[in-house]
Design a protein around this ligand. Structure first.
Ligand SMILES: Nc1ncnc2c1ncn2[C@@H]1O[C@H](COP(=O)(O)OP(=O)(O)OP(=O)(O)O)[C@@H](O)[C@H]1O
Length: 330
């Protein structure tokens, strides 16, 4: 594995135990994220994006498991790392921002103490254990103020004395990005980080993530259902459907000339503005229930190009130039 690779996911299968059996939410996923690279994961709700992210960061719920495959972080196999060790590992090297920052901020701790904790973790004074209140170890007030200023918080000394619920959604997401500045992780996983925000705040948070990446030289896994948003930030895009990576390639190539009918559907369902054309043609039907995946290609019930073969054979992933695509059309 190249030293320049931050993350490699190989042949990953992740399942949930549902209705007395194993149902797969992530199926045979391969993924590489290079040093300093931004990889976007795109797909409709239920396509397995969050499950993939949670498997990488070690946050799968109790009814879920990695059934097969490996996750390598900077060449180190983190698939088998136990939860307590992962806590430490995760805190210092992989950091995750969620759609709802309240789920990772501690409601009983002032912003100042939570940001101090991030510094303490970076300095090796403690492991990462979000959700547990402990007195801060250090007192790096100026660094905390500086991090809040970097993310556009206007009155940092006022904001840092507040509790998370006293902040707006946009401010909370800025605090999460400030936390990343203080932790200096190698990989940032951002799972729908702007979905709950208004358009202006969304654009600001996107810019902040870009600045964070440039400033720390970190790798980013950016997850969203919005292919245009992902196209703005990502170097490469992986399109997921029913737990499988159905297409992968350079971001601009995927957005400009999608190959897989599902990717085409995602692009065509963009409301308007893109290329100054109106295109509202949503994909018919809805994603399958993972307990009842259709035989053959999982997309076949919704695909207008479906052939007989698609009903019985799951297509293999083919490499075509710089593109990977899993579809019988190619
Ligand atoms: N805790 C859980 N228990 C059982 N099934 C789950 C659980 N979490 C997710 N799933 C199932 O796994 C599949 C993939 O869900 P996942 O949340 O990973 O998709 P997603 O693409 O991130 O969608 P969303 O954007 O809605 O979160 C779905 O069929 C979902 O119902």
């Amino acid at each position: 594995m190249s030293e320049e690779l931050t993350l490699r996911v190989e042949n990953l299968w992740v399942s949930y135990y549902l209705e007395g059996r194993e149902a797969f939410a992530v199926r045979d996923v391969y993924l590489d994220v290079g040093k300093g690279e931004v990889v976007g994961i795109v797909g409709e709700s239920g396509s397995g994006k969050s499950t993939l992210a949670h498997a990488i960061i070690g946050l799968l719920p109790r009814n879920s498991r990695i059934s097969k495959g490996r996750i390598l972080f900077k060449g180190k196999d983190i698939t088998g790392i136990k939860t307590d060790q992962r806590y430490l590992y995760r805190g210092t090297n992989i950091f995750m921002i969620f759609q709802d920052p309240m789920s990772s901020l501690n409601p009983t701790m002032k912003i100042r103490d939570q940001l101090q904790e991030a510094i303490d973790v970076r300095l090796g004074k403690r492991g990462w254990n979000i959700g547990t209140w402990r007195p801060p170890k250090g007192n790096n007030e100026e660094e905390i103020v500086d991090s809040l200023e970097r993310v556009g918080i206007k009155r940092p000394r006022v904001i840092m004395e507040k509790y998370p619920h006293q902040l707006s959604g946009g401010e909370r997401q800025r605090v999460m990005i400030a936390m990343a500045y203080l932790l200096k992780p190698s990989l940032l996983i951002a799972d729908e980080p702007t979905t709950a925000l208004d358009m202006i705040t969304q654009a600001q948070v996107m810019r902040l993530i870009t600045e964070l990446r440039e400033s720390l030289g970190l790798s980013v896994l950016f997850i969203s259902h919005d292919i245009v948003l992902v196209g703005q930030i990502a170097d490469r895009i992986v399109v997921m459907y029913a737990g499988k990576a159905v297409e992968e390639g350079k971001a601009e190539e995927i957005v400009e000339s999608p190959m897989h009918p599902y990717t085409k559907g995602l692009i065509n369902s963009i409301p308007d503005g893109y290329k100054n054309e109106k295109r509202i043609e949503s994909i018919p039907g809805s994603p399958p229930n993972i307990l009842k995946l259709p035989p053959g290609c999982s997309f076949n019930p919704r695909c207008k190009f479906a052939m007989e073969k698609c009903m019985s054979e799951d297509p293999e992933t083919r490499v075509l130039g710089g593109r990977k695509v899993a579809c019988h059309l190619y």
